[in-house]
Design a protein around this ligand. Sequence first.
Ligand code: C2O
Ligand code: CU
Length: 462
Amino acid sequence: MNILPGQPMTRRTMLAGSSAAMVMASTHSFAAPQRLRAAPSTFPIVQDAPDTAVWAYDSRIPGPELRLTQGQRLTRMFENALPQASTIHWHGIRIDNAMDGVPKLTQDAVAPGETFQYDFEVPDAGTYWYHPHNRTWEQMARGLSGPLIVEERDPPEVDHDIPLLIDDWRLEKDGSSVADFGSMRDWSHAGRLGNFVTVNGATEFRKPVRARDRLGLRLINTPNARIYRGGLQGLKGWVVAFDGQPLEQLQPAGEFLLAPAQRMDLIVDVEDGVEEGVIYEIERGNRYVLASFPLEGGRRNVALPTLEPLAPNPVPSAKGYEPDITADLVMSGGAMGQMTHAILKGQKKPIRELVRDGMAWSFNGIAGMAETPLIEARTGQVIRMKIVNDTQWPHAIHLHGHHFQERHSNEVAGPFRDTIYFDRNQTREIMFVADNPGKWMLHCHMLEHAAAGMMAWIDVQA
Ligand code: C2O
Ligand code: CU
């Protein structure tokens, strides 16, 4: 991973032998305001520096926790007090298309000073999140995103249920944002990577617990472009869901990779006899603390029962079906890539001109949103997609409105996901049932890549 030269990762705790972390009071609102307001604000990120100018939902970093029960309706009047147009996208929710928050495709962008009423049902339990979908690369880098938690009607018993929004920020030493949003270097390389990492807005996220407490940890990877590799220490248990969707079989919680926009739900018990439980990140061979759970006396005396897999959500599986539609999606472009030309707004252009127009990537030779959909399907059709990463960079491809499964050696298997990670030069196949009518985006969730060309859409006709 690139760290910008001259901007070392600062104020981060090395895992081995450090205990000087500050206690940060984490404030979660469980109140449910019926509006959600995006506006400029300030927030303390860098210690001993002035607060950072941010854009925030309801003046909070991250945005307020929206929590409801499966099957309920989420209703929020979005108020845009930003200096630019915005929308809210409810990432991972298999939503009514009109509520998906994609400018031009599903609604008009909400102008400064205007409002938009979001009102939809949440069909699936799990860990989701919300963020803008207009100039997303700038609006998210400035701080706009928040957790959306949908509880099961019969949730598993835990002592603490903690969403953990991991983010990174590109800041100067004085706490101000490095205002190079839209830098072509980021757009054609790995995206905007920050130099400060926060979890729920804190550079040292800490939550005191008791020995043997059971923790539900909902990891949400929200940066523009950063991939986290990490692991656990002093916490033993299971991965129970990816991208909101329960795993049929629990996986032992251990080392993990989280691409931008991906979620991972853990249910883990705090081990006896440790000083703290830790979620750490591995970077260049070093382990850094992302979140710590210090033991502050006391212990749970009745151990909780053995964990069972969570009840599945009503997501249709393509398993056992032949595809009605097959399609290829080939990613190309980026620094060190082979792309020489691409079609932009219907015109074939050489790479030099594309770059001048802010484009650096393409899907199937097309840079940016095409007039026509990548796939036209009728509701209920089964789609198989071969996705080829013909670039020298990793990507995280996200499909709106649906969850898909992977197909390995002719078998559809594995967890449902809404965002899939690709290593450089990797090819994978996904299958899904197009059961949700509407116009749905398919894009790289490395936001600079999306802005610089990696976006398409599929049309599911009613
Ligand atoms: Cu999380 Cu199209 O976005
Ligand atoms: Cu990408």
